[in-house]
Design a protein around this ligand. Structure first.
Ligand code: TA6
Length: 277
């Protein structure tokens, strides 16, 4: 792991890919399949400090998405991305590297969310990237979660990108006054986009500037969030350069909005995203 005192970062060097994963938030920071340029976007201004979310890679937004439903003082996107997880497995095969992390309820999490849980993040790093988040209810009453694997993808030029797979899909537009709208045709970008699509579908990101297409498959996810902050919002984000927005797009496997997931005692729920070139 990298020399950042008190902030372990695991570096993966495998014939199929290189990657970096921070213990803070079990956060996949970077993934670069061999022979390709980096697929995940990591802000050069990302803050790498315990307890802080990392701008880029795949933030684990859990057990709520965006602001806490009733208490604005609680952290945006839940607490999983701000907590130190525990590495419980790291293994290698010809196809890549598997790493598994766990976050268990404790006094600190109970302050924020009064439920007993285990959260398991499993990452398969190879020529494709597969990230699974399993929620286990270890308590005696059911609980509901909202969540997202908040993937930041590197793109060459957002103004040339086309997102396919969400045509004719309803979505919650959260830019300005929140409103339900209907997607006609492919998604293109000429302003801030922050949309929660009600969709189980596989999404393709066509990026002519980098001459590549990325395919984002999902399971256990009823929502696909598509976000680019554009100029004004980028200027309000201290950990993102103002001129960075043309070079990334978030396509997130999520359960957000009305698609919260209820987990009964002793039961488990899994959300997964797979990224392939
Ligand atoms: O995924 C889209 C979104 O909800 C945006 O509204 C924006 O807030 C983004 O997440 C980033 O949130 P963060 O707390 O990481 O700055």
């Amino acid at each position: 792991s990298e020399a950042l005192p008190g902030y372990p970062i695991f570096t993966v060097n495998h014939p199929t890919c290189t990657a970096r994963i921070a213990l803070n938030g079990a956060h996949v920071m970077e993934w670069t399949p061999t022979g390709h340029s980096p697929v995940l976007y990591l802000s050069p201004d990302a803050v790498l400090e315990p307890g802080k979310p990392i701008r880029g890679g795949i933030p684990v937004c859990w057990p709520w998405f965006n602001a806490h439903p009733t208490d604005e003082a609680k952290p945006m996107h839940g607490f999983a991305r701000n907590r130190p997880w525990t590495l419980i497995e790291a293994s290698e095969s010809d196809s890549g590297v598997k790493m598994a992390f766990v976050l268990c309820s404790d006094a600190a999490t109970r302050e924020l969310w009064p439920h007993e849980f285990e959260a398991h993040l499993t990452v398969l790093l190879g020529s494709t990237l597969e990230v699974s988040l399993q929620t286990i209810n270890k308590g005696s009453s059911e609980f509901s979660i909202a969540e997202a694997l908040h993937t930041y993808l590197t793109v060459g030029d957002i103004t040339q990108v086309t997102v396919k797979g969400l045509a004719e899909t309803p979505y919650l537009d959260t830019v300005g006054a929140r409103a339900m709208r209907h997607q006609t045709g492919d998604i293109t970008f000429d302003q801030e986009v922050d949309r929660q699509y009600v969709s189980l579908a596989t999404v393709t990101v066509e990026d002519p500037a980098l001459r590549r297409s990325l395919t984002i498959e999902k399971s256990g996810s009823a929502t696909t969030v598509v976000w680019n902050p554009w100029i004004e919002k980028s200027k309000r984000l201290a950990d993102l350069p103002d001129e960075a927005y043309p070079h990334f797009l978030c396509v997130e496997a999520a359960n957000a909005g009305d698609a919260t997931v209820t987990v009964a005692p002793g039961e488990a729920h899994v959300i997964q995203t797979t990224i392939r070139l």
